[in-house]
Every structure is written in C-alpha cells, then in structure tokens.
Design a protein around this ligand. Structure first.
Ligand code: C2E
Ligand code: MG
Ligand code: MG
Ligand code: MG
Length: 284
C-alpha cells in the first residue's frame, strides 16, 4: 500500500514537473516572438507629490498580452526574459517607448510628469547601459532630468567596479537613479554612500503594515530620516489607504504611489490624467 502510494506520489511529482517545464518552454518560445508580434504594452502608474497630490511622475510597468496564455504578468515572464537574455531587447524597447511617450506629454502641457523605468540587473551586467540610455535620450529628445531608472539592491551588493562606474556615468547624463523595493534586500547600507542614488522607493510590505505594526512604522521612519540626511527623495510604494497616506505625509515622505490614487493604467487613461490639471483625485 505504502509502495503504491509512493509510486503514485512520485508519478504525480514527475507529471507536475513536466507540466511546469513544458509551460516554461511554451512561454519561452512565445516570449521570443513577443517583441516582433507587438504583444507588449506599457501601463503607467501615477506618482504624486505627497503634500499637494499633484501628478509629478509615473512608473512604467510592462504587460504582455499573449494570445494563447492570456495576460502574463511581469513576475512570471521577467525572470524568464532574464534567464534567456531576452530582457536586453525587451528592456531597450521599454526604455524607448517610455521616453517617446514622455516627450509627447511635454508637447501638450507645461509641467509634464517625469517617468521611471524599471531596469534589470542583467542590463547593467550584459550590455552598455550608459550607451543605451544616452542613445535613447538623443533619439527621443527627452530631457534627462525627466527620466529615472529603477534598480534593485541586488545590483549594488555585488561591489563590481564596472557597475559602480556605469551608475556614475548614467547619473552624469542627468538621469535619476532610484532603489526599488528598498528595505527588503540586504542589511548593509554602506553602499548608499558609494552609489549616486537620488531616490529610495520604500517596499510596499512596509507600507502595508505601516498603521498596524510598530516595527514597520519604525523602519519607514528610519528610511525617511536617513534619506533626508543623505539628500535623497523617498517614494512610498503600495499606498492603498488614506491612513497610510496620512502617516506618510506626517513623516515627511516626498512622493506617493499606489492603488489609493490609481493602479497602473493603459496609456489612453494615463493621458487623460496628464491633461487634467490640479491634484489627482483618489481612485473611486
Ligand atoms: P515594481 O517595480 O516594484 O513595481 C511595483 C508593482 O507593485 C507593480 O506590479 C504594481 O502594479 C504593483 N502595485 C502598485 N501599487 C500597488 C498597490 O497599491 N498595491 C499592490 N498590492 N500592488 C501595487 P507589476 O506591474 O505586476 O510588476 C511587478 C514587477 O515586475 C515590478 O515591481 C518590476 O520589478 C517588474 N517589472 C515591471 N515592468 C518591468 C520592466 O519594464 N522591466 C523590468 N526589468 N522589470 C519590470
Ligand atoms: Mg519599480
Ligand atoms: Mg517596487
Ligand atoms: Mg517589485
């Protein structure tokens, strides 16, 4: 009986593993064709000034409308794109698309929002990001001051001279650098002094517990005061509730991003927000 169960169980696992491997392979094949088939779209999520609620920036978030697999979310295909190297052409496409769009807003209104683009560590490790950013700025005509690249702590812990140099060179172009999901990565903060970081984005896990957990509140307050001393700006990610917004305002957080104001939206909807003047109304 036990043997029987054991065999069934191992058979079950093999089947399941095969399914996963097959799905991965199917996705990978589809991913290879996604760019040329124009299956990627960018969504835009507002980033507002914490004090005035004005739309000051946005983050571009990649979406994949895959005909057979439906809408595939980045957490599923970005790791695959990184493993296969496809993140390089995809990342270049995202950057160019975002910069062109931001230039368009500037043609229509006086104070257009800035734009933040997620960068994979692989882009720094495997290509000349400095050349990519410089060429894209030139091609699109975007004011470098309006662009921020979001990087993760994982890029900074490998204390690689080449990466330190690239970050300084990108910064010299006038482009901002923010650390995404700040607080979840690594305990050593010493790298903050070595890298030309302009902005910290507090991970949404801390914001989620901000008003119910003293330790989360302590971490948020420590990040805010450290950023202030280091002359960095702070964006709070994942703000969903008014109570969270109020706590962040009181703490002196600069910028707010999250469902409280708006989820990431397709370009048509975002253009309407760009055109509307005055403070951004909360969602619903
Ligand atoms: P991220 O850069 O930390 O982006 C924030 C994620 O939080 C987004 O998920 C966004 O939809 C979600 N979010 C925003 N506000 C709220 C909120 O109030 N509550 C909750 N629960 N979630 C909120 P998304 O779009 O699924 O993206 C996931 C991750 O995929 C991103 O995390 C980023 O690391 C990566 N990603 C997205 N687009 C790109 C891209 O163009 N290039 C690269 N390399 N990575 C990307
Ligand atoms: Mg991000
Ligand atoms: Mg983030
Ligand atoms: Mg994230």
């Amino acid at each position: 009986q036990a043997k029987e169960n054991g065999r069934n169980l191992s058979q079950f696992f093999t089947t399941q593993m095969n399914d996963e491997a097959n799905e991965r392979r199917a996705l990978e094949t589809a991913l290879h064709q996604a760019l040329e088939r124009e299956e990627f779209v960018l969504h835009y999520q507002p980033i507002v000034d914490a004090r005035t609620s004005e739309l000051v920036s946005c983050e571009t978030l990649l979406r994949w409308h895959q005909p057979e697999h439906g809408n595939v979310y980045p957490d599923k295909f970005i790791p695959l794109a990184e493993d296969t190297g496809l993140i390089l052409p995809i990342g270049a496409w995202v950057l160019e698309k975002a910069c062109f769009e931001a230039v368009n807003w500037a043609k229509k209104i006086k104070n257009p929002p800035n734009i933040s683009v997620n960068m994979s560590s692989r882009q720094f490790q495997r290509t000349d990001v400095v050349a990519l950013v410089r060429d894209t700025l030139q091609k699109t005509g975007l004011d470098p001051q309006r662009l921020t690249l979001e990087i993760t702590e994982s890029l900074l812990i490998v204390d690689d001279k080449k990466i330190v140099q690239q970050l300084h060179d990108v910064r010299k172009l006038g482009v901002g650098l923010s650390i995404d999901d700040f607080g979840t990565g690594y305990s050593s903060l010493s790298y903050l002094r070595r890298f030309p970081i302009t902005t910290l984005k507090i991970d949404r896990a801390f914001i989620l517990d901000l008003t119910t957990d003293e330790e989360a509140a302590a971490v948020v307050s420590a990040i805010l005061s450290m950023a202030n001393s280091l002359h960095m700006k702070v964006v709070a990610e994942g703000v969903e509730e008014l109570e969270q917004l109020n706590a962040l305002r009181e703490g002196g957080c600069d910028y707010i991003q999250g469902y409280y104001y708006s989820p990431p939206v397709p370009i048509e909807a975002f253009r309407l927000m760009v055109q509307k003047e005055g403070p951004l109304e909360p969602d619903e």
